[in-house]
Design a protein around this ligand. Sequence first.
Ligand code: FA5
Length: 339
Amino acid sequence: MKERLVQIESDAERAIAQSANLRDIEEARLRFWGKKGELTAVLRGMAALTPEERPAAGQLVNEARARIEARLSEAEARLTRLALEQKIAAETLDITLPGKRRSPGHKHPITLATEAICETFLGMGYQIAEGPEIEIDHFNFELLNIPKDHPARDTQDTFYIDDDVVLRTHTSPVQVRTMLTRPLPIKIICPGRVYRVDTADATHSPVFHQIEGLVVDRGITMGDLVGALSTFAKNIFGEDTKIRLRPHHFQFTEPSAEVDVTCWECGGKGCRLCKNEGFIELLGAGVVNPKVLKMCGIDPEVYSGFAFGLGIERVATCKYNINSMRLLYENDIRFLRQF
Ligand code: FA5
């Protein structure tokens, strides 16, 4: 039996030394230690020994088993390390390969124009107010002195959700919401999206953006409106820009005006861009109608105000010399990259 054990141990040593991977080790373990393994057979053979022979034989088998097991474990650890090293080597990143270039996005011209306009008014002490795009008829029309069936509604026909709920046609309902909720004096602007049943063309879109302005305090006059709008126009279009007010009609301002700025292309001399007018129309404005103040709970004998509403797309197309509003919505990357 002793010779047999020496033989098994030397076979095991050779098998372990020849193992190239973990599977070989596992096979070696089975060969000596499995159910039909060589060492297992020797152990079974001990049943044939006499009780006196058994302890010494058992010790021999145990010692051989411990040595073989130690070699197996050591080889297993070495081959595991080797397998890991090979895996790491195979997965090494090739940092010399050129990377994928990601082009960083940038702001859309409508956002750029909105930010420029807001910054100008924030610099003059205005605060930003907000209102919902889904508005009730009461705020969008009625409290702005545009009763149901009034012809003034025709120019701002919109998408009705039901008889009383509309997609807002202008940012003016935020005037009403502000007057009903904020303490006086009021000095706000409100940028936002608005909706109208307008056919898309070079100067119109059914969904567009406006910025509303509202100032209510004691002693506010048309002069304050002119001052605020000239500062705005100079900041956005350049120091030499002048504004011109043409009489107009809005139900919620009295008097009302449409406000033009001198054409930045020709400086007011007249050219193709301004259709020889020297001016380009930008917004609607006026002194807040006392009726509106009253409907919003403000005493028109004590307080007065001015309001204006400008189309952001109009400012963007003017400021960045874009000849059609449609380009702002097509999301053509070649166009957008220019800003
Ligand atoms: C109004 O919307 C008034 N709420 C403005 C106002 C506010 C007047 C406060 C007085 C006091 P109007 O419909 O003119 O007015 O629109 C204002 C601006 O929005 C226009 O000058 C134009 O620049 C822009 N605009 C109007 N319709 C469209 C459209 N379909 N697409 C793009 N811009 C438009």
